[in-house]
Design a protein around this ligand. Sequence first.
Ligand code: MTE
Length: 305
Amino acid sequence: MARRWTNDLTRNDVTPEAVFLNRRRLIAAMAAGTGAAALGSIAGPALAAQGDMTPNTLEEITSYNNFYEFGTGKDDPREYAHLMTTSPWSVEIGGLVERPGTYAFDDIMAKMTVEERIYRFRCVEAWSMVIPWNGFELADLLNMAGVQDGAKYVAFQTLLRRDEMPGTRYPVLDWPYVEGLRLDEAMHPLTIMATGIYDKPIAKQNGAPMRLVVPWKYGFKSIKSIVRITLTADEPPTSWNKANAREYGFYSNVNPEVSHPRWSQANERRIGGGLFARRQPTEMFNGYGAEVASLYTGMDLAKNF
Ligand code: MTE
């Protein structure tokens, strides 16, 4: 199962020498029965694939945001998200699960294993960051609720509290914000519920107290401040697809070859790179193809965009 760890980068991995000391990769290599000799071959490709994995600063990550419930400007979330009450918080898990119910955030956290994941983050607007998330695997949460056999999709919903969310006065989107994943995407080990950034509780503008992160998909799939998770048999509606089906599909996998109708997706602007920094090429599946391409075998990714 070394595959699982290939992109599981911790902050130490950013310095090459630390890669060889990385405990989890060492364990992965041992588990594969290949011992220390395999370290080079596991760490090598991971390093090559990671490109510039220097994380963005906390200031950048918390000041350039999309969270339309607080306005459509990039600095609106930082200015207004403090209005949102995030404690106490609970998540209603329902639909095709064995143990439906209202789960308190603190009870969830007591059961989950939180780890650091440094992921590239690529917005559909063609900017990107590298973010050191703290979070747990969504699969662990879904297994806690018990997924029933008939479940094929997972639907997510953001909090809608109009008096705390000034952006919801405007019909920019059909509130509440909703998103969805196919069950196998949701259960994939790269898919996490983020609860922190840089080892601090996640800022409200980034989706406190827990938000989805699906690193191979455009950022809008990574729905913030989640209050409801529903396991379904049918593909659930998603906010951006409802707003403009021609521009935003259900899958929204990062794909440099499929342009947005109004701009190219071939390259991206790294936030924090400076005004004159060169744009960098966008990678298929945002660089996570080795882990996730097999989820889409036989699918036409231009049609299922
Ligand atoms: N979730 C909600 N509820 N509302 C939003 O407007 N914006 C999405 C996504 N999740 C959004 C959301 C978009 S377009 C992006 S790019 C990311 O959040 C931005 O995440 P960040 O601000 O933490 O970088």
